[in-house]
Design a protein around this ligand. Structure first.
Ligand code: AP5
Ligand code: MG
Length: 191
């Protein structure tokens, strides 16, 4: 399975990813986690990432595209992966499409987790990551609306988009996702 998670900060991408990677036994490619690790290790990318993340702003596309495309070439990605937090801009989505076309391995689905903004704010307030301060959350939400939301249309046009009600309990959200992925993998099962 090759899956992309779209959704605003706090939508539950990380929470659902943990369940999906166990269920499908595929690697979890979470750009936020990769960048936080790079920052901890004080690598060149990590040093650049730190200021962007602290401000709730997206890193330049070229850095992220290079990071992800290198990761996608590693052997554990041969049988699929779950992308959490990438792509987040149109240039990132186009770069991913070029990679997928060259490797002859299309995406199975793009899962859009939909959650109302007041609920997102409550969830993030209760979590307490470094970038969960109110002014940074506000900036992350603006970034989502302006730079990432256009991907909904991009993937709808490709016939890949699957909207998910992310307001339900984690178990109910996971159930919805599994039903959708089963239907995509085996379209005749419901007829
Ligand atoms: P990233 O780490 O990807 O953060 P994000 O997208 O802002 O999303 P979060 O991780 O905060 O939310 P989530 O959807 O994973 O929710 P979670 O499951 O944790 O990115 C961080 C930064 O890195 C960016 O701001 C940017 O600077 C940089 N970056 C990353 N990717 C980039 C890219 N491609 N290009 C450029 N820059 C990039 O859940 C949140 C909380 O809600 C948890 O406490 C959880 O327990 C709770 N919860 C989850 N589901 C439910 C539920 N169903 N009901 C009740 N509570 C729930
Ligand atoms: Mg996350």
């Amino acid at each position: 399975m090759r899956i992309v998670f779209l959704g605003p900060p706090g939508a539950g991408k990380g929470t659902q990813s943990q369940r999906l990677i166990q269920h499908f036994r595929i690697p979890h490619l979470a750009t936020g986690d990769m960048l936080r690790e790079a920052t901890r290790q004080n690598t060149a990318v990590g040093r650049v990432a730190h200021d962007y993340m602290a401000a709730g702003r997206l890193l330049p596309d070229s850095i992220i595209i290079d990071l992800v495309c290198r990761r996608l070439k590693e052997p554990d990605c041969l049988n699929g992966y779950l992308l959490d937090g990438f792509p987040r801009t149109l240039p990132q989505a186009e770069a991913l499409d070029r990679f997928l076309t060259e490797s002859g391995s299309p995406l199975d689905a793009v899962l859009e987790l939909k959650v109302d903004e007041d609920v997102l704010l409550q969830r993030l307030a209760g979590r307490g990551r470094d970038d969960d301060r109110p002014e940074v959350i506000r900036q992350r939400l603006i970034g989502y609306r302006e730079q990432t939301k256009p991907l909904v249309e991009y993937y709808t046009t490709q016939g890949k988009l699957e909207p998910i009600d992310g307001m339900a309990t984690p178990d109910a959200v996971f159930e919805q996702i599994c039903d959708i992925l089963d239907r995509r993998r085996n379209p005749s099962s419901l007829t």
